[in-house]
Design a protein around this ligand. Structure first.
Ligand SMILES: [Zn+2]
Length: 85
């Protein structure tokens, strides 16, 4: 005879990422040479604040994920798995 099943708690929905908008209109964010984005690997002429190749949208997503993880840690929760791409 099987035991009655307990109701399993619903997994927490992934928290929405905060919106991050970078201003990369300056010439320091552009290069004549396309190189692989540090986040996704697709080539881009864009450079981040450290001069490393990165798409603006990839950098914005990475910063948003960092902010969300920090907020989770501040609240004492384990950082949620978030899509990076
Ligand atoms: Zn990218």
């Amino acid at each position: 005879m099987s035991s009655p099943r307990r109701a399993q708690p619903e997994p927490a929905a992934p928290a929405a990422l905060p919106e991050v908008h970078l201003d990369w209109r300056g010439p320091q964010h552009w290069s004549d040479r396309a190189r692989e984005c540090r986040h996704c690997g697709v080539t881009t002429p864009l450079r981040d604040d450290e001069g490393k190749p990165a798409h603006k949208v990839c950098a914005e997503r990475a910063l948003a994920a960092q902010q969300a993880d920090l907020a989770d840690r501040y609240r004492g929760a384990a950082p949620a798995a978030r899509a990076q791409r």
